[in-house]
Design a binder for this molecule. Structure first.
Ligand code: SAH
Length: 234
């Protein structure tokens, strides 16, 4: 059975977006994964079809209504749906490759894209939404973030990546950033390829790559070398 993604959004036309092209796009047309978009506004009940309202307690902006969003969720991912329910949110737990891999091993995912100031807390609590962030910056909406999550997951689905091996030596998979890459021409603007890579000695090449990966990680992301507390069980 294919991996089923359901995305709840006020902007369904933003999908499949980047996911309609290249690796993810091919996998979509081959049925490796399946995308359903849900227009949250279709579940509004008043005559203005409103999905948001002013924040309790005052302040700027608008808040997405709990009742409308819950109706959209219940109609498309009810209590018996085994898929995790994510809410894209800058307050969420930062997305990791570990979480991505766990999602790829499951039956699919339900993703809620926020807009405005955010979502009424009661629907987050009442529908057990897992808040997930793609980084410490603020986007205007959850749609791009949802595509980031799905892109990372889809490339790991069986049969999507041509070379199965390339999934395992990559950045983060072994807790390190990846080593540098080179290809032809052998010399470009006076720069050559490190000799070891053209030696044909695979043991040496492996050692060189491992050392470069460790060096890069120490320089750029020392935090990856010290296991993060918040990453446990992610
Ligand atoms: N007022 C909120 C930001 C709202 S941004 C706050 O300060 O936390 C509007 C929507 O964009 C959010 O509901 C969320 O769905 C999405 N979004 C913004 N930044 C994001 C991020 N870093 N990761 C995931 N989703 C994000």
């Amino acid at each position: 059975m294919s991996f089923r993604a359901t995305v709840l959004t006020l902007y369904p036309d933003m999908f499949p977006g980047t996911l309609g092209q290249a690796l993810a796009g091919r996998a979509l047309s081959q049925g490796t994964w399946d995308l359903q978009t849900v227009q949250i506004r279709d579940y509004a009940t008043d005559r203005h079809r409103s999905v948001d309202d002013t924040p309790a307690g005052g302040g700027a902006g608008m808040v997405m209504r709990a009742d409308v969003l819950a109706a959209a969720l219940d109609a498309n991912a009810g209590p018996d749906d085994p898929r995790p329910r994510l809410l894209m949110s800058p307050r969420g737990k930062p997305l990791t490759q570990k979480r991505v891999r766990a999602l790829a091993e499951g039956p699919g995912v339900v993703i809620v894209c926020g807009r405005f100031e955010g979502v009424d807390q009661r629907v987050i609590d009442g529908r057990d939404l897992e808040e997930v962030s793609i980084g410490d910056y603020v986007l205007s909406g959850g749609e791009v973030a949802a595509q980031v999550v799905l892109d990372a997951v889809i490339r790991l689905l069986p049969g999507v990546m041509g070379n199965a091996e390339s999934g395992e030596t990559e950045s983060f998979e072994d807790g390190l950033l990846e080593h540098p890459h080179y290809t032809r021409p052998a010399e470009w603007e006076g720069r050559t390829i490190p000799e070891v890579l053209t030696s044909g000695n695979h043991a040496k090449i492996g050692k060189w790559r491992r050392e470069r990966a460790e060096e890069l990680t120490r320089e750029r992301r020392p935090d990856l070398l010290a296991p993060r507390k918040d990453d446990e069980g992610a």
